[in-house]
Design a protein around this ligand. Structure first.
Ligand code: SF4
Length: 385
């Protein structure tokens, strides 16, 4: 285990690379890796490529050559998150329109730094975040249940590694649900993956483009934009729109909620006869402003809010190649995710065939008892520091 230490002792960064290498060298373990959407838009920078270069295929090739038994994509679990979160949103909205007293706005819950913030700073608002676990955690839960059962192995024979743009994901991985067993064993950052690839004498640029493995490697364009501020709520809208109206959404790009600025944004989206008021915030200062607004009675009648702790979203996460606040670099990474979304044959989470199969074979339906057990969480008030 290696710990990188900040020279002034303010920060420490736990490096899990060697634990991962040990797992890869253990012949009794099946080692599964998942890669978050934002990683593919920044990893190339560590190998001299321009910011915004997409290296999805080369990254999959590198992970396979490092010895991972299955190379999967967190994007699969992002689609799964949308199934659960959009179901929750539609349910709360329906009950609200029927005159029930339900907690609104629904807050997205993918970002562990943001979840930690609300647990410690606004414990009185803990009934409003979606109960959906983050894509990293959903992936681990499904890998160690559904996929392990498909392989015919026990969950303790499987090691799940995540590659994340984020240092808070390392802490999130250590949070157990009720079975006292970690779903994600190790989380490494984009920078740690780059170092590992370099130590193995590979040059990412020289590798061929390869696909992720099936079934947990299949994903929609909606999933890949999770890595950018506004992306989670846009992905949820693509699904919720079709579920609420029963109509096909022809233009999936919600320009009104897209923003390259790092501030607060409020947008009004027509969903059939309903106008949804959506809030988008990146940066915790902006999150605080939105939460104060909710405490003051939600004067803008917001129905759903996406909050990401990092300005610009996960493309600017603490585990990415250093951007030092360079807006152009962050925007180039964001544009890369939109390009990948545009190029995908499927751009709505509920149309992902592997997700449909997962529900048919295993979870039954979104928010089922089994889905709740594996894919949802509870929030706990923490001492304010
Ligand atoms: Fe992590 Fe930042 Fe993304 Fe939140 S916004 S999940 S802290 S990288």
């Amino acid at each position: 285990q290696c710990v990188q230490v900040c020279p002034v002792g303010a920060l420490t960064e736990h490096d899990s690379t060697w634990e991962v290498v040990e797992a890869l060298n253990d012949p009794d373990k099946i080692v599964v890796v998942q890669t978050a959407p934002a990683v593919r838009a920044a990893l190339g920078e560590e190998f001299g490529l321009e910011p915004g270069s997409l290296v999805t295929g080369q990254m999959a090739a590198a992970l396979r050559r490092l010895g991972f038994d299955y190379v999967f994509d967190t994007d699969f679990a992002a689609d799964l998150t949308i199934m659960e979160e959009a179901t929750e949103l539609v349910d709360r909205l329906t009950r609200h329109l029927n005159g029930e007293d339900v907690p609104l706005p629904l807050l997205t819950s993918c970002c562990p730094a943001w979840v930690n913030f609300i647990e410690s700073q606004y414990p009185e608002l803990l009934d409003i975040p979606s109960s959906a676990r983050s894509p990293q955690q959903m992936f681990g839960a499904i890998a160690k249940s559904y996929f392990a059962e498909k392989l015919g192995v026990r969950r303790d024979q499987m090691v799940v590694v995540s590659v994340m743009p984020c240092l808070a994901k390392k802490y999130e991985a250590t949070k157990f649900e009720d079975d006292n067993n970690q779903d994600v064993d190790y989380s490494i950052s984009t920078r740690e993956l780059a170092n590992l690839i370099k130590r193995m004498n590979m040059d990412l640029k020289e590798l061929p483009e390869e696909d992720f493995d099936d079934p947990l490697g299949e994903s929609s364009g909606a999933a890949v934009i999770f890595g950018k501020t506004g992306g989670v709520i846009e992905a949820a809208l693509r699904t919720a729109y079709e579920w609420v109206t029963g109509e096909t959404l022809e233009n999936v790009e919600f320009e009104d909620i897209r923003s390259t600025s790092y501030g607060l944004k409020v947008a009004h989206i027509k969903v059939g006869d309903l106008t949804l008021n959506i809030g988008i915030s990146s940066g915790l200062g902006n999150a605080r402003a939105l939460l104060e607004e909710i405490k003051a009675g939600n004067p803008n009648n917001l129905h759903a809010i996406e909050i990401m702790a990092c300005p610009g979203g996960c493309v600017n996460g603490g585990g990415q190649p250093y951007a030092h606040g360079d807006m152009k670099k962050i925007q180039a990474r964001q544009a890369a995710l939109y390009r990948e979304d545009c190029g995908k044959p499927i751009r709505k989470s509920h149309e992902n065939p592997s997700i449909k199969k997962l529900y048919e074979e295993y979870l039954v339906k979104p928010n089922s008892e089994k889905a709740h057990h594996l894919l949802h969480t509870q929030y706990t008030a923490k001492e304010r520091v």
